[in-house]
Design a protein around this ligand. Structure first.
Ligand SMILES: [Fe+2]
Length: 523
């Protein structure tokens, strides 16, 4: 025995002579030998020692060989058990096989025969163990692959949901949002067409507002499905408006995996989803996603994505609508104030409008960004809104103002800034309104700011405001002569005005651009 020099064999027999002979023989062959007089002792040994093979008699006191075999099978089924008996019976043989005994030797056992048996059994055991390892390895490999697939799938799903969540938040207008919904629908589900319909209560028909057809210039006609007005006429136009209206009434996502021509779907459609988009439980539109050719059939998963998307889109639309509304309403209200102020003084009508246009032109010519021009658009229109708090007899007084009257007039930039501030929007606009009467040399009001302390857009607005005031008719005087106007404007460079702004003013004035603005917005 050279290949298994350290194998441990356990001999169990109540005949001491057998144990002695076997021990001597196998120890000489390099094996470790353990012996036990009965099954009970053998079981204790097995609990403590590592056994490679067990030979046992059947008939023994306390625990017989078959019970031992069963015990071993329960404790470690890789240990081979060989039964040695002088009285083999069919009954015993069957029981031994049931208990996982691997071989059966008849007493008296020849030592040589025993050794051949040991070698064979140990070889088989090695294979058996190796096999168990291999099976476990394959199983765990398969499990890992399965987990990997699940993980990849989950990551994809998470990415998809995440995309839906994040992409919708950055969209600024409803129509862009509808377009995004249909594009994302075809992309995520590999559909041939996705459309978004708004339900119009007045005409009782869905109106298509966005559509996505990947590879739409291919073999498929672009007018495949329609539900809008006139959707029932024209070659290739398939009306699904009734389905959309039904879906709208049910307010539940609908999945038609396979068109079996019972659901009222046009023949050409193979698979379809209709997903209502509801805002505060009121259906506002329906997303339709369709497959015409190929093997793709929509699944519950697709429906889930689409529902998730319309849900998120509904929130986004609500936000956009709220924001658009608030912003537009607010500006409309404030602008109405300005118009009311200007209407008090017919000579200042259109003043805010012209100042805005001049300021924006100056800003643009000085390299200002679109955002800065937008700020001037609001600040320019609202710069004199504070005059709403000043009495008519002061505001409209022809001739010189008393010191007190002038003090009151000088409050209008602060009053205007306060009005805008209370609305919680337009922080930068507020600051510009507040400083439109500041002077570059620090002698202006309300804060006496100088130079760069005055925001750039404020310095621009101040030039535009003064220019329009002296270049148009006023309550107490006609507009000035051009020479006088330019003397005030150019002469004020570095004292009343920022020299950089005046340089730009000069350039625009010489091009005739500023006179054009004044002429285009008469009193
Ligand atoms: Fe003003």
């Amino acid at each position: 025995m050279t290949d298994m020099p350290k194998a441990t064999l356990l001999f169990v027999d109540d005949e001491e002579s057998i144990l002695e002979v076997a021990s001597e023989y196998f120890k000489a062959k390099g094996y470790n030998i353990l012996t036990a007089e009965n099954g009970r002792i053998a079981a204790d040994i097995i609990a403590d020692e590592k056994i490679d093979c067990c030979f046992t008699d059947i008939n023994m006191p306390e625990m017989d060989g078959l019970e031992l075999a069963e015990h071993i099978r329960n404790v470690d089924n890789t240990i081979p058990v060989i039964i040695m008996t002088g009285y083999p019976s069919l009954d015993n043989t069957i029981r031994t096989l049931k208990n996982g005994v691997v071989d059966f030797l008849i007493k008296p056992v020849n030592l040589n025969q025993l050794e051949i048996c040991v070698q064979r059994v140990l070889r088989e055991r090695q294979l058996f163990i190796k096999n168990i390892f291999l099976t476990k390895e394959v199983e765990s490999k398969q499990r890992i692959e399965q987990l990997n697939r699940e993980l990849t799938y989950k990551v994809q799903e998470l990415n998809t949901l995440n995309r839906i969540m994040t992409e919708f938040t950055s969209i600024g207008s409803s129509i862009d949002l509808f377009k995004h919904v249909v594009d994302l629908s075809t992309e995520l589900t590999h559909a041939d067409e996705a459309s978004f319909y708004v339900i119009n209560e007045t005409i009782q028909r869905p109106v298509q507002v966005a559509r996505s057809i990947p590879g739409g210039n291919g073999s498929r006609p672009p007018e495949k499905l329609t539900a809008g007005i006139g959707g029932t006429h024209g070659v290739g136009c398939l009306d699904i408006s009734q389905l959309i209206l039904d879906n709208c009434n049910e307010n539940k996502p609908l999945l038609i995996r396979e068109n079996n021509h019972l659901q009222g779907l046009p023949e050409v459609v193979r698979s379809m989803m209709l997903v209502p988009l509801a805002i505060r439980n009121k259906v506002f539109g329906v997303l339709s996603v369709a497959v015409f050719d190929g093997d793709i059939r929509f699944s519950e998963k697709d429906l889930y994505y689409m529902s998730f998307m319309t849900h998120k889109a509904a929130y986004a639309i609500e936000n956009i609508a709220l924001y658009e509304n608030i912003y537009e309403n607010l500006f409309a209200t404030l602008y109405a104030f300005v118009k009311a102020i200007e209407a008090r003084d017919p000579y200042t009508e259109q003043h805010s409008n012209r100042v805005t246009q001049i300021a924006m032109a100056l800003c643009k010519a000085m390299g200002g960004s679109q955002e800065e021009q937008d700020i001037l658009n609001v600040a320019g229109q609202l710069h004199d809104i504070g005059k709403i708090g000043i009495r008519d007899d002061i505001l409209l007084k022809p001739g010189r103002l008393t010191d007190e009257e002038f003090r009151l007039i000088k409050e209008h930039p602060v009053i205007g800034a306060n009005i805008v501030e209370r609305l919680g929007l337009w922080d930068r606009e507020k600051n510009i309104i507040k400083c439109h009467h500041e002077r570059y040399d620090g002698k202006g009001y309300p804060d006496g700011l100088a130079g760069e302390q005055i925001p750039m857009l404020g310095r621009i607005l101040s030039v535009a405001d003064v220019y329009d005031a002296i270049a148009s008719d006023r309550a107490y005087r006609r507009k000035m002569e051009e020479e006088k106007i330019l003397q005030i404007m150019y002469g004020g460079s570095g004292s009343q005005f920022d020299p950089d702004v005046i340089n730009t003013f000069r350039a625009l004035y010489e091009k005739g651009q500023l006179k054009e603005i004044i002429a285009a917005n008469p009193q």
